[in-house]
Design a protein around this ligand. Structure first.
Ligand SMILES: [Fe+2]
Length: 270
């Protein structure tokens, strides 16, 4: 029988799943069900705010200031870097799912795009988790911080603000910081780590591009100038400093237009 499942309730169930392995298999099931045309798209009566998405009891979440600083040169520091990446990838699964569940009046293509992102983030998480395991640790063995979900929660009222701040600001930061991380891993001889991070970087360009594309789509629908709107959202909502160095090439591939790149270059002045 076709179309016997509701996309939004199915995605919500996966979003709230606390068990790591079950969440991974539920993401895979969502993709299978999409491919089999099992989903219907009628909206939920109420869309719930999600202050705390489904995640395991560990890692313990602390404020960014409380994260211990470790040198990459030590085995523990090496594992800590992998642990922090695992945490980002795990969160990224939840934020892709949240974009589907929350914004229920978007075109179907929006849901397909974000389901694809959820699938890739789940694959990233599994690769990093396995690598971390080879370094002697499990995801959850160290503390982590919750900045990514906080911004997701704070942008749950409007897909325009969400697209600007989550993929185009926070995830785009990943494009800037991953190449130096690859260099560091190379310098300590972590070949598998280098290999994984290269895959992550390539895929993340695609995820930020999904954000850029839907950001522009909503701007067009609302007759907004995308360049001015992006700047206004950063000014009004972003708590951090938008600071370089930026990976201009990756950002251009991820849908940052020439005007935005030129603006980023002004922010990168010393
Ligand atoms: Fe990822």
């Amino acid at each position: 029988m076709k179309q016997n499942k509701n996309i939004f309730t199915s995605v919500y169930e996966c979003l709230m799943e606390t068990d790591l392995d079950l969440k991974i298999s539920k993401v895979a099931q969502l993709q299978i069900d999409w491919a089999d045309e099992q989903f219907e798209f009628s909206s939920s009566e109420t869309v719930l705010r999600v202050s705390d998405p489904g995640r395991p009891k560990k890692p313990l979440l602390v404020s960014p200031k409380e994260l211990p600083k470790r040198r990459l040169g030590s085995p523990e520091g090496h594992a800590a870097l992998m642990h922090s990446i695992a945490h980002i990838e795990f969160n990224a699964v939840n934020l892709a799912l949240d974009a589907i569940y929350r914004f229920q009046d978007m075109p179907k293509r929006f849901y397909l795009d974000w389901l694809g992102v959820a699938g890739e983030e789940s694959y990233h998480f599994q690769m990093i988790r396995e690598h971390l395991y080879h370094l002697g640790y499990e995801y959850g063995d160290m503390v982590a911080h919750d900045g990514l979900w906080m911004t997701t929660y704070e942008t749950d009222h409007d897909p325009l603000v969400r697209m600007a701040l989550v993929p185009r600001t926070l995830e785009a930061r990943g494009l800037d910081v991953t190449p130096p991380m690859i260099q560091k891993l190379r310098s300590i001889g972590d070949k598998r780590g280098v290999e994984i991070l290269k895959i992550l970087l390539q895929d993340e360009i695609g995820h930020v591009e999904v954000g850029s594309r839907w950001f522009r789509y909503i701007c067009e629908e609302r007759h907004l100038n995308p360049f001015n709107t992006f700047q206004a959202i950063i000014e009004n909502y972003y708590h951090g400093d938008l600071r370089g160095p930026f990976n201009y090439e990756a950002r251009a591939q991820a849908g940052f237009c020439e005007q935005e790149i030129a603006w980023l270059k002004t922010l990168n002045q010393p």
